[in-house]
Design a binder for this molecule. Structure first.
Ligand code: GDP
Length: 387
């Protein structure tokens, strides 16, 4: 599958930049999985800090409003700017050429301003212009990032799920690394976001015969697997490089590879390995990919993994395949769960957002009462004048 990646705001831009870097580096042999990557921001400095997205693919918006200084976590301003300037983004996209992309992926941190407010407006705009599906990757703020971030996130998530073909959730709360700098911590999170996409997008685009699986997951499989709220799961097990395929008749050895292939799928679908914690039973559909050295991709084990997901997801709809990577040192399982009816952190953020809004109402009334104090001031005015 070929994906057009669009990062909106600081978090979105950084993740899109990492997609571009993997496309040029580790994924080079997978074929062109990210033909277009662009970053959109109201903050000039954020755009300048990117490394892999070419300069011509960086779009600065809202100059007349914020003069290149960002929205200051103002989600409404982010939305207003994008409503007025989304055409600049689509103009950039058409000059880069999106005729060969199978889908769009918009990425944003939903707690901020530019991405949080801007991404839903941009998703709507792109959907109006293109037939391909448009997915959103929503990065949730960690719990300690405050009420305003939760409020922005709630508004953004509600808006995104109305317009996007699927909202893929990534929860920063799950991936905080104690004792590391903020930059290191974000890089760790961003690698966690981007890495599974190599296994998701690669199988249908690889041209080398050694990388063509028995069952290839292609763009159609992925498109049919996305929907509603979704999460990605990833698990990896190192394999013995001394493994001898000719000894494969040995039942113990077969059992080991079979168990490995099965267990990476079960593990990828476990709450701790999902981009946002949830129960696999709450998903309607699933897509799975098992990757690794071809001699270790055991049909029986992969089938058991598929059966496990089929029994677990409530909609019973499971697609999947294998992705042989001859030089790989591990067996990797990637699972996409979608149509999830309960993502606890999304629920928590929506509740916090609603509470914040209620609180805002109270504050607005309190402020109005304080403004009424102005009447006293007016009464005092003549007194003041007599001084
Ligand atoms: P914007 O530039 O106004 O759209 O705001 P941001 O993109 O900075 O959104 C703020 C949210 O994004 C907060 O929850 C941050 O923790 C998160 N964030 C900022 N940069 C990154 C990053 O590089 N990676 C991840 N995973 N989250 C980030």
């Amino acid at each position: 599958m070929r994906l057009c990646v669009i990062g909106v705001g600081q978090a979105g831009g950084r993740v899109a930049d990492l997609f571009a870097s993997y496309n040029e580096g580790e994924w080079k042999s997978h074929g062109e999985v990210i033909p277009v990557s662009i970053a959109v921001n109201t903050a000039k400095a954020d755009l300048m800090g990117l490394k892999s997205i070419p300069k011509k693919n960086r779009v600065l918006i809202g100059q007349t409003w914020v003069k290149g200084h960002g929205t200051g976590t103002n989600n409404e301003l982010g939305a207003k700017i994008m409503q007025g300037e989304a055409h600049n983004v689509s103009r950039a996209l058409s000059s880069l050429g999106t005729h060969n992309v199978d889908a769009f992926l918009l990425i944003c941190g939903v707690g901020g301003g530019t991405g949080s407010g801007g991404a839903p407006a941009l998703v709507g705009h792109i959907k109006d212009l293109h037939d391909e599906p448009v997915y959103a990757l929503a990065i949730l703020p960690a719990r300690d990032e405050g009420k305003l971030m939760s409020f922005n996130s709630a508004r953004s998530l509600l808006a995104l799920q109305k317009v996007a073909d699927s909202v893929l959730i990534f929860d920063n709360e799950n991936y905080r690394k104690e004792g590391t700098s903020v930059a290191e911590s974000f890089l760790h999170m961003n690698v966690t976001i981007v890495k599974p996409f190599g296994y998701l997008l690669g199988p249908g685009e690889s041209e080398a015969s050694s990388r063509i699986g028995v069952k290839v997951v292609d763009a159609g499989d992925i498109i049919n697997s996305f929907g509603g709220f979704s999460v990605l799961g990833y698990a990896e097990r190192e394999v013995e490089r001394s493994f001898n395929p000719f000894k494969n008749t040995d039942s113990m050895e077969r059992l080991t590879t079979s168990t490995l292939c099965h267990s990476v799928i079960r593990s990828a679908a476990s709450p701790g390995n999902l981009t946002a914690k949830c129960d696999v039973k709450d998903a309607e559909k699933a897509l799975m990919i098992v990757s690794g050295p071809p001699e270790q991709l055991d049909r029986e084990g992969i089938e058991m993994g598929r059966k496990f997901l089929e029994d677990a997801v409530w909609g019973g709809e499971v697609r999947g395949g294998d992705f042989p990577l001859p030089k790989s040192k591990s067996i990797v399982g990637v699972v996409l769960l979608s149509g999830i009816v309960n993502v606890p952190r999304v629920k928590e953020i929506l509740e916090k957002g609603a509470a914040f809004q209620k609180d805002l109402g109270k504050r607005a009334r309190a402020k109005a009462d304080m403004i009424d104090m102005g009447d006293y001031e007016k009464q005092l005015d003549p007194l003041m004048e007599s001084y």
